[in-house]
Design a protein around this ligand. Sequence first.
Ligand code: F6P
Length: 547
Amino acid sequence: MIRCDRTPAWAALQAQYAGTGKPFDLREAFAANPHRFSDFSQDAPYVFADLSKNLIDAATQSMLLDLARECGLESHRDAMFAGERINRTENRAVMHFLLRNPASALSARAQAATESIAIQLAQVHETLDAMLACAEQVRQDEAITDIVNIGIGGSDLGPQMAVLALEEFRQRGKRLHFVSNVDGQELAGVLAQIKPQNTLFLIASKTFTTTETMTNAASARHWFEAQGGQDIARHFAALTTNVAAARAFGITTTFGFWDWVGGRYSLWSAIGLPLAIAIGAQGFRELLAGAHAMDEHFRRQPLAQNLPVRLGLLDIWYRNFHGFTSRSIAPYSSALRRLPAYLQQLEMESNGKRVDADGQALPFATAPVLWGEPGTNGQHAYFQMLHQGTDVISVEFVAVKKAGHSLPGHNDKLLANALAQAQALMQGKSGAAGPSPGDAAPSGGSEPHAVGERGGMIFGGGHKHFPGNRPSTFLLLEELNPASLGALIALQEHRVFVSGAIWGINSFDQWGVELGKVLAKDIELRLQSGDLSGLDGSTAGLLTRLR
Ligand code: F6P
């Protein structure tokens, strides 16, 4: 495949950026085109996206679509859905989409797909049925009041984010705890709240080798036995591709998955068991169905009406042409408060790479930094920088039309704030000349004051100038439920696929996490022995202080 920066479309985009792209003004674009909202919005399963407040016009969008075609995006996408081993550094297929493929579609798919995919799909449903049966059993088991998920990264972030997001659908009487950090403070805090006879520990680890998880699992089992807990088979279950290691650890209740499920794409597998316990088998199946609807959208819609493609292309436009270094996620939904953390792993572990799929260094930027907090909290913390800082940061708003609670008055305020922030970022507000030396801003004031207000004193001026023209995307869900959450997450997975495919990188490995793991093992031994030999001065100095 031709590298993206060597395509004709890339050169065209560079010229476009130098011409009308850089000075593009959203306010002028809306004034010039009364249909801009409908021209740049998109309906996808469970998600409506307003893309109109992005720094893009029809010509740019068309060039970005050319870029996608010239980079072979469609064939790369089809290769994933055909089960080809597109994760070449690990020689693995990438088939998390299969985890949400309905069993009823088996025969239809089996005709088109290879026999091996049909076999895998049958195994997927066998495991799913067993996992959901376990979830239902736990839900009916009144003696089990606490479920403790021990896992990290993809074995934590997905289920934790989704359990919080779907709190409204959670079965009462079951408390879910998530322990990820090797810092014993986390596990100790949970153990202080639970009793062995009422607890189910889920040891979630794709590899069943991750230090944090193995350390926490060993401590949990030790605590369980020390407290007189009995029947490990009833109180411990392992969610892993490494069933042999789980058995060796002493856990006989296991739910497996496959090496073609990346850790950060594993919410849909046995790793989703805590969520299935929280929302029930039916809810979990709805989550899968929502994600599947988005899979089908991604597979079948033409590129120009394909939401993951359009989002991924915007990411390329911002990162590689505008040079934006980060994207801020602003879920205007407290239930989605862990979404930014989840998306951080999804985007940055997938596309935070400096070489292409063949290991050749890339001369252009790849994954942006992702960060964010739920609105309206973020407004009272860092939105200052979004509006008036020196960096332009594209913001992705995620809003939910229907509230998940019945408290009057809140939802309109929440939604109004989401709209107002997007509006303020775009429209800005003229301040006047810069402030006079010694002028103090009125404390707590939130309304801009023009020069000359307040008896001729200059308040604001430059300080009150909002440049505007700051881009944002607005994703809107009718309501937050298992199906819409599934669709939202699958949308994000595919969007990351799109930008990764265009950059030509392998979005499905994560070699960058390995070095630190190896060094930590060595340093742990040195913390015990005091051996400083061969260490750099800083590490040696710190280690000495830490002993
Ligand atoms: O170290 C990174 C990583 O491998 C992630 O990709 C993964 O989600 C996480 O660690 C946890 O891995 P595991 O599920 O194998 O314990």
